[in-house]
Design a protein around this ligand. Structure first.
Ligand code: PEP
Length: 246
């Protein structure tokens, strides 16, 4: 049985009070059998970790050097030190707005795993690649270049989030057929590289305008193990409804 995960990427949203209240409400209504993670802005991490809630607290970003002259950056060791358990790596906004390449993401993956932090690794194609019908090889290359140097032991600390870029924040969702086809293709790449036992153990989340209305259909797909949620994760009732949509 693969781990069921619903994770909320808060991006650059919410006030401190709103962040505290959201974690407290999610925690109070904890959904059994589902790992719930939130990724708040950096400045709230310590406060939220001190709530000792039922929710895992992850970081949206970090810089993959241990320490030094990197003004404005935060290291994975610093995140580990305050109790962060998960990090996002490869989100399309980091890839496009901050030019993070597959090679740089590989460095981030290594830094996180070496620090004992779990990685939610995001991948996904832009619209033109989907229209060219080369999306499966596009995503496969993202995985190969940033993840496939790992051992099967290290792979156990990776969760993959498939997020078609054309569906992020647009209100357009991949159909359950499109999501399942891509998730199956990702699992096939993992199987080819690591064998069926390792590949079958990895949770693959769907992300891209997932909401309480479409979550059940998406989560019912064989290879969809949960969701990475943006907009709908900012509202406690929607995040809860998605977490119960299996
Ligand atoms: C995301 O940015 O990871 C995401 C899935 O956003 P949204 O749910 O708002 O499309």
């Amino acid at each position: 049985m693969r781990e069921k995960i619903v994770a909320g990427n808060w991006k650059m949203n919410l006030s401190e009070n709103e962040a505290i209240s959201l974690v407290q409400t999610i925690s109070l209504n904890k959904v059994e059998g589902v790992t719930q993670i939130v990724f708040p802005p950096f400045i709230y991490l310590t406060t939220l970790l001190k709530l000792n809630s039922q929710v895992f607290i992850g970081a949206q970003n970090f810089y993959p050097k241990d320490k030094g002259a990197f003004t404005g950056e935060v290291s994975i060791t610093q995140l580990k030190n305050i109790g962060v358990t998960h990090v996002l790596v490869g989100h399309s906004e980091r890839r496009t707005l901050f030019s993070e390449s597959n090679e740089f993401l590989k460095e981030k993956v290594d830094a996180a795993l070496n620090a004992g932090i779990k990685v939610v690794f995001c991948c996904g194609e832009p619209l033109e690649i989907r229209q060219e019908n080369t999306h499966e090889s596009f995503v496969s290359k993202q995985l190969e270049e940033s993840l496939f140097h790992l051992t099967s032991e290290q792979l156990k600390d990776i969760v993959i989030a498939y997020e078609p870029i054309w569906a992020i924040g647009t209100g357009l969702t991949a159909s359950s057929e499109q999501a399942e086809a891509m998730h199956a293709s990702i699992r096939k790449s993992l199987t080819n590289k690591y064998g069926a036992v390792s590949a079958d153990a990895i949770s693959i989340l769907y992300g891209g305008s997932c909401n309480p209305t479409n979550a059940h259909e998406l989560f019912s797909c064989n290879n969809v193990d949960g969701g990475l949620i943006g907009g709908a994760s900012l509202k406690a009732d929607e995040f809860h409804a998605i977490s119960t949509a299996y």
